[in-house]
Design a protein around this ligand. Structure first.
Ligand SMILES: [Zn+2]
Length: 158
């Protein structure tokens, strides 16, 4: 799939390939929220923008604990994960007014997980018609907003 407007994607891939290891664990350790697009750090999870967003405002809730499976996370962590997903939904509703959401977890590469070794919850705002002809026919995704802008718009809600 080609991206028309995502210069950061290539930079990210180059960085990810160069630095082996878990990208989520790395960004948490960095302690540079804005640069890494971490919009909020809670006690057991953090919220970060997806660097390859399906749509503008695509957020991820990520536990600090590095586990590949949802079943391996303890109850306080999963409870907070759901509560943060609710906060993310509310923030996106207020700021982006989407028509719907996909909220969920892909476990394993076979299920579409991009970072399979560290479980994370996606919160994806959706608009009627956003799976447009360019995405379906042209194998091309158009991103209407830069990540810096998304970060600025959403970080004020947390
Ligand atoms: Zn990790």
């Amino acid at each position: 799939m080609d991206y028309i407007f995502s210069p950061w994607r290539y930079q990210y891939i180059a960085t990810a390939n160069r630095e082996k290891g878990c990208i989520f664990c790395k960004v948490v350790a960095d302690n540079t929220n804005e640069q890494d697009y971490i919009v909020f750090r809670a006690s057991l999870n953090f919220i970060i923008l997806n660097l390859f967003p399906y749509s503008s405002g695509h957020l991820m809730i990520v536990p600090y604990k590095h586990e590949r499976s949802l079943a391996l996370l303890d109850q306080p962590t999963t409870t907070e994960m759901i509560e943060l997903s609710k906060k993310a939904q509310t923030a996106l509703e207020s700021e982006y007014h989407p028509d719907g959401f996909n909220i969920g977890i892909n476990l394993g590469h076979a299920a579409g997980a991009g970072v399979a070794e560290h479980v994370h919850m996606h919160v994806v705002p959706r608009w009627t018609g956003d799976a447009n002809f360019m995405s379906v026919i042209g194998e091309t995704r158009v991103l209407p907003e830069e990540l810096k802008t998304t970060y600025r718009r959403l970080s004020v809600y947390f």
